[in-house]
Design a protein around this ligand. Structure first.
Ligand SMILES: *[C@@H]1O[C@H](CO)[C@@H](O)[C@H](O)[C@H]1NC(C)=O
Length: 251
């Protein structure tokens, strides 16, 4: 069920679940390679396949990046970047990178599945961005210590964002999350914009809190060596965003 949830979140197919596995107690599949060689996949807050070419371009640009070129996508694929969701990339092309052949994804082929140059730029797909510096909206973080901030911070974040950060430190370590600045749209049950923290690999188990408004949350300490953060913003009203840091410590 956990594997299914992870795969669903990242738009993979269920059939892939068996082909990736656990290593050193850590679930290894493309989730940990969600960003490779500066390339990453993004979808709209509204869900899969909702971005026109223009919107897709804006998603990458907002985070300081660009749309990935075919070569960048291929370079990422060669180090394991596998994504079973088609996205826009440079020059108005659409496709996705396949590392492991599967009947339900990529027509059993390995490589960049290329739908070619799209004449109709109003078609809606996901997007592949390239940003060698940082991915501001989510990512897989393995450093011992690191700052995390909402996309665009300290500028206001944009509407309709969805970001997942997966923190994974060494086996046997735990994670302390410390909030430095916090300002999300305020509503009583945090249904509009929110940050959720999970003491887990995914956003299904280990719920540790949902936060909005401008009250600075207390530190959160993980029970194991992984943590997941999920940030969602809705279609209206934004705010200053958040900045936090995590530190790994030995137990
Ligand atoms: C272009 O794609 C959009 C979205 O799929 C569709 O609604 C529209 O009819 C298409 N336009 C043309 C000229 O095919």
């Amino acid at each position: 069920m956990r594997a299914l949830a992870i795969l669903w979140v990242f738009g993979f197919l269920l059939s892939e679940a068996d082909s990736w596995g656990f290593q050193n107690g850590v679930f290894h599949n493309s989730i940990w390679l969600e960003q490779a060689a500066g390339v990453y996949h993004r979808e709209s807050r509204k869900g899969r396949y909702q971005l026109t070419y223009k919107e897709a371009k804006a998603v990458c640009k907002f985070e300081g990046g660009k749309m990935a070129t075919h070569d960048q996508l291929e370079a990422a694929r060669q180090i394991g970047f596998h994504m079973c969701s088609a996205g826009w990339f440079d020059n108005g092309r659409v496709g996705y990178p396949i590392v492991k052949a599967g009947a339900n994804c990529g027509f059993g082929k390995i490589g960049i599945v290329d739908y070619g140059y799209r004449i109709n730029k109003s078609e809606r797909w996901d997007v592949f961005c390239f940003n060698p510096d940082t991915k501001q909206c989510g990512g897989v973080l393995t450093d011992q210590q690191r700052q995390i901030q909402s996309p665009g911070y300290p500028e206001e974040y944009e509407d309709e964002q969805i970001c997942y950060w997966h923190i994974r430190v060494r086996y046997g370590q735990r994670i302390r999350l410390h909030f430095l600045d916090f300002d999300l749209e305020d509503d009583t049950s945090c249904l509009a914009d929110y940050l959720e923290v999970y003491d887990s690999y995914d956003d299904v188990t280990g719920f540790a809190g949902r936060f909005c408004g401008d009250y600075l949350p207390d530190d959160i300490i993980s029970s194991g060596n992984v943590m997941t953060l999920k940030f969602l913003s809705d279609a209206s009203v934004s705010a200053g965003g958040f900045q936090m840091q995590y530190i790994a410590f030995n137990t």
